[in-house]
Design a protein around this ligand. Sequence first.
Ligand code: PGA
Length: 271
Amino acid sequence: MLEEGPVDFGEGVEHNMTDGRRPLIAGNWKMNGGLDAVDDLAGALAGHMASLAAAPVFDMAVCPPFPLLPMIGAAIEESGVLLGAQDCHAAAKGAHTGDTSAGLLAELGCRLVIVGHSERRTDHDETDDLVRVKAEAAQAAGMAAIVCVGETEAERDAGRALEVVIGQVANSIPAASTAETLVVAYEPVWAIGTGKTATPDDAQEVHGAIRTALAERFGGNAAAAMRILYGGSMKPGNAAELLAKPDIDGGLIGGASLQADDFWAIAQAAG
Ligand code: PGA
């Protein structure tokens, strides 16, 4: 039996886990978007949400660059679109020039923080241990951590995709995670920004293995409620077949999240 009752996933956004996992469509803007994105992207998404005749059956989030958070937050206020960040520091505060604390992100209205994106693992040498403590900081600040995992092309070619991903899941995910404080994003590195997408069957194989690993660690009920997103060149043309897979519970979308209509079309595929 899944846990009964409404689960609060952000202000005013309630859903009942007995009805199954509510898809999450999250936009990772990366180092894109300027002041024009406040209206063109965030405002447009809020407009799309307002145009729905009934309450959405999916959660939608946008994760803009840090400086835009207050303005994007204002643009999506009351729209149901959730605000997320792309990273946080593991420490609560202190002498960490250029870094941002999870507490400040929460204060700015963030409900989610992406941690361990492959670009951060590569560009900033982030290890599983660092990703885990960042995720813990996000959770301690009252947000959900979107923990990213994924194999490189060489690792997949060597037949090591599952081993690599399950290792990252074991070491990057905090021990105290729950379905409310953890989202996993499977993002094969070779599919990110390349236009190459995992086939739905290949993605499902990895998502199924991730859920099994989560069940072994957190128990079957908790694992059944945890959302596992796919990321890597998801776009309107391939979203529906990916999201139709039983263990694909949404998307973490980069390039296609930068156009409001494309991003909205992906969300429609989730609904
Ligand atoms: P992409 O990026 O959709 O541009 O491939 C996804 C991601 O890196 O989160």
